[in-house]
Design a protein around this ligand. Structure first.
Ligand code: HEC
Length: 404
């Protein structure tokens, strides 16, 4: 057995791939269904009063054509007079997205917490502390949100939204001050995702179940269950664009690696909410361009605010000596991971396919190296290999002199 332990990182890489694939698939199924039902809810129109439909208790309907067929969904004000035999529920999309998300969080972050979650320039945590903070964020975050929903504030949609937004930004602020930027972002995303699934599991589905039970017992269902479920469903709708950004954020070190990464995230999330609001209104027939314009303005503002500074004018230097210095720095600080066969525990292959063992490979990747090491300071990952500022400055000078 022992002779196969070297395959563990490689096996984990495959596990990561499969679980990430699953997570994206289930996420699409969930958010896709959610977008569809929000659109449906906002787009249906009441039937003519006194019509057959109105008499049946239908409060809204629409016609749609898709995939070569015509569809005519109808929404009942409370419930149909008789419980249908086959009733479709939408819950496994949500549950499996959360389960695969937590599995991915564990594989990608918790199994390799020193490299993926701890940034010693932020806080010198043990792996256990970092993972503990991550898990506590989800538990405490859900509890606070749920209590707020049930408090009197929960009745004021707009102000509730403002308070929840501020609290999520506060969580981002706190997390970016204890974890690496990347791990902080992903935990804000995991928190939002947990709230969304919590809403489905604890409120929306139980509410629907109570409605169905009442009907089976021959009683008219209490509309309060529908209203409570609706409130959570509206929250989930506004969470979608922010959480989708966070899911892809780990590709954009310029966001999570910024000194005020929490503020960058606040702007991008606000842009997402504003753009989502535009679509919600549009489904109802109101086209209000100020919302997407606000979203674009927020994104532009943050893009300008975090733009890298102009590089200083290069000073002439001996290119051969410069290349030797850079090769030595890279060998010391990068090659443990960026090799065809990395020696860094937990890495099976060169991350992002970037191999930096030969001077030629370093030259080829000059622009990416400059970006990651000088502009973003995203590499070395979590500065695990203790690169100094003087070394970053040397790489900057080498690149600015043409990376020869
Ligand atoms: C502890 C391991 C580790 C060390 C040390 C390390 N890297 Fe990386 N590097 C990674 C990982 C992991 C990724 C993939 C990041 C991702 O998935 O976003 C990466 C990605 C990169 C990329 C590709 C980024 C892109 O998307 O274009 C470059 C370039 C890079 N590293 C350069 C460096 C340089 C230069 C050094 C040394 C100064 C270095 N790395 C040190 C782990 C490491």
């Amino acid at each position: 057995m022992d002779s196969f332990t070297y395959l563990i990182p490689y096996g984990l890489e495959w596990l990561n791939l499969i679980v990430r694939w699953l997570h994206v698939i289930t996420g699409i199924a969930w958010i896709g269904a959610s977008f569809y039902f929000v659109w449906l809810d906002n787009s249906i129109r009441p039937p003519a009063s006194g019509s057959e439909l109105a008499k049946k208790g239908v409060s809204g309907e629409l016609w749609a054509v898709h995939g070569g067929g015509f569809y005519n969904p109808q929404k009942y004000l409370v419930a149909p007079a008789e419980l249908p035999k086959d009733l479709h529920w939408f819950k496994w999309e949500a549950y499996s997205t959360w389960l695969s998300g937590i599995a991915l969080l564990t594989i990608a972050y918790y199994f390799n917490a020193q490299a993926m979650m701890v940034d010693k320039s932020v806080a010198d945590l043990s792996s256990l502390q970092a993972v503990g903070i991550g898990i506590a964020t989800l538990v405490v975050g859900w509890t606070v949100y749920d209590l707020l929903c049930r408090s009197p504030l929960g009745k004021h949609d707009f102000w509730f939204g403002v308070v929840v937004f501020v609290l999520i930004v506060a969580a981002a602020y706190g997390l970016t001050h204890v974890l690496s930027g990347r791990a902080a972002y992903i935990h804000v995303g995991a928190l939002i995702g947990t709230i969304m699934v919590g809403n489905v599991l604890m409120l929306i589905i139980p509410g629907q179940r109570k409605m169905v039970e009442a009907m089976s017992a021959g009683r008219l269902p209490d509309p309060v269950h529908g209203q409570k479920a609706k409130q959570r469903s509206v929250h989930n709708n506004y969470f979608t664009l922010p959480v989708l950004f966070i899911m892809i954020s780990n590709h954009y070190a310029m966001t999570y690696q910024n000194a005020r990464a929490w503020l960058v995230l606040a702007f991008i999330m606000a842009a997402g909410v504003s753009i989502r609001h535009f679509f919600n209104l549009r489904h109802k027939g109101r086209v209000e361009w100020r919302y997407p314009l606000l979203g674009v303005a927020l994104l532009l503002a943050v893009a300008v605010a975090i733009a890298p500074p102009r590089p200083p004018v290069a000073v002439a230097a001996d290119p051969v000596a410069q290349m030797q210095t850079v090769t030595a720095i890279v060998a010391q600080r990068c090659v443990s991971c960026h090799a065809a066969q990395p020696t860094q525990p937990g890495f099976a292959t060169a991350p992002a396919g970037v191999v930096l063992e030969q001077p030629e490979q370093i030259r080829q990747n000059a622009e990416r190296i400059y970006k990651q090491v000088v502009q973003l300071k995203a590499m070395p990952l979590a500065n695990l290999t203790n690169m100094t500022d003087a070394e970053r400055a040397q790489i900057a000078r080498w690149f600015e002199a043409g990376a020869k």
